[in-house]
Design a protein around this ligand. Structure first.
Ligand code: NDP
Length: 341
């Protein structure tokens, strides 16, 4: 890893990071893209993307990412393994401590670290994640041909996962902690109408049973007629407990933005830890954050739209805003050699 001060580091290699990399590389900023813990981001877990402009027949998520990376590399972006563990933004250049043990110094940073699937906190989930427990039906659904599976959650993702899993599994049961779905009506209707999808209302997953050798074999479910049974059980209210045999469990309970490394940096985040993008002087949307050399793009700053195309859009905005910021510095655009860290 280089000792020189870089102009721009882009944290994250999903669609937002790649879009930022294409724009920044074309602007001769020689961006370094840190691939992060999930190189390529969430699109690599998707099969076909049908709503990305310019692909009337759809495009594979992985293919879209590979093409984006090729495009960025062609213009001069470089890619390195690793993610940021902590960022020091109180002096310039910004210093980034990486998971690889290296420290990188940069004049500007685009945060495009995305969001990761949430877990529910059931017993044994850490042991069984990847062994019959999954957060991605499109990745792991095909391993469950003929199984009975559970999908945990009541949002659009849960409906989407349930419908996808119904192609392989014998039965899919959506387990939701209350009696009303959060999902949009159209998605909920599709799931309700599917013969192989059923719902368990006011129910939560307490524990998952099985082993890494044999996968998931059963689950412990708790339920209460007023919903949120685990909260009730924790408050010593009686709940119904049942063991249900299943061959797989899929979590679809939302995402958490990957922003822990921004603790103590002054980058403003909302109550769910999403970065809050700042408006410009005229009140218009930008990719700026509350720290002047730090910009944000993609799902890490977007709990609302979370689309590949909006991530590509904010990625380009972040690169353009970073370029404007770097232009405003009284520094030659070429990297300035400095003593090693
Ligand atoms: P959401 O936040 O919309 O839904 C999460 C669901 O999980 C909620 O039903 C929530 O319950 C439940 N949940 C959260 N935590 C727990 C827990 N600890 N235990 C049990 N259940 C829990 O996330 P999604 O990922 O579904 O969707 C995110 C965004 O992406 C939404 O805007 C959605 O519309 C969009 N999306 C759109 C799709 C499409 O249109 N094709 C497909 C997928 C997502 P509760 O309701 O009680 O809070």
């Amino acid at each position: 890893m280089t000792d020189e001060v870089l102009d721009l580091v882009i944290a994250g290699s999903g669609v937002a990071g790649l879009s930022a990399a294409v724009y920044a590389a074309r602007a001769d900023l020689d961006p370094l893209v840190l691939e992060g813990d999930e190189p390529g981001g969430q699109l690599t877990l998707t099969t076909d993307v049908e709503n990305y402009l310019g692909f009337p027949d759809g495009v594979g998520g992985m293919e879209l990412i590979q093409r984006g990376r090729e495009q960025a590399e062609q213009f001069g972006a470089t890619f390195e393994h690793g993610s940021i563990v902590s960022a020091r933004t109180d002096s310039r250049p910004i210093a980034l401590d990486l998971s690889t043990g290296d420290t990188v110094r940069t004049r500007a940073l685009v945060v495009a670290t995305g969001a990761s699937a949430r877990w529910v906190g059931a017993e044994n989930e850490a042991e069984l994640m990847g062994y019959g427990l999954s957060t991605c039906a499109t990745c792991d659904g095909a391993f469950h041909r003929g199984d009975d599976v559970l999908v945990i959650g009541g949002g659009d993702s849960a409906m989407e996962e349930a419908l996808f899993l119904a192609k392989f599994a014998d039965s899919v049961t959506v387990v939701h902690r209350r009696d009303e779905l959060r999902a949009s009506e159209i998605m909920a209707e599709r799931a309700r109408e599917h013969d192989d999808v059923t719902f368990r209302w006011n129910t939560e997953l307490q524990a998952i049973h099985g082993s890494q050798e044999d996968g998931v074999s059963s689950t412990t479910l708790v339920s209460h007629p007023d919903g949120y049974p685990r909260e009730k059980a924790a408050a010593d209210v009686d709940v119904e407990t049942e063991t249900v045999d299943v061959g797989g469990v899929f979590y679809a309970v939302g995402h958490t933005p990957n922003t822990a490394f921004l603790d103590n940096t002054g980058v403003q985040r909302d109550e769910d830890d999403y970065i809050v993008p700042q408006a410009d002087e005229a009140g218009r949307l930008t990719a700026r954050t509350t720290v002047d050399a730090v910009f944000a793009a993609g799902d890490v700053a977007d709990p609302e739209y979370r689309q590949a195309i909006t991530s590509a859009g904010t990625g380009s905005m972040a690169a353009l805003d970073a370029e404007e910021y770097l232009d405003s510095l009284d520094v030659a655009p070429e990297a300035t050699p400095t003593p090693s860290a």
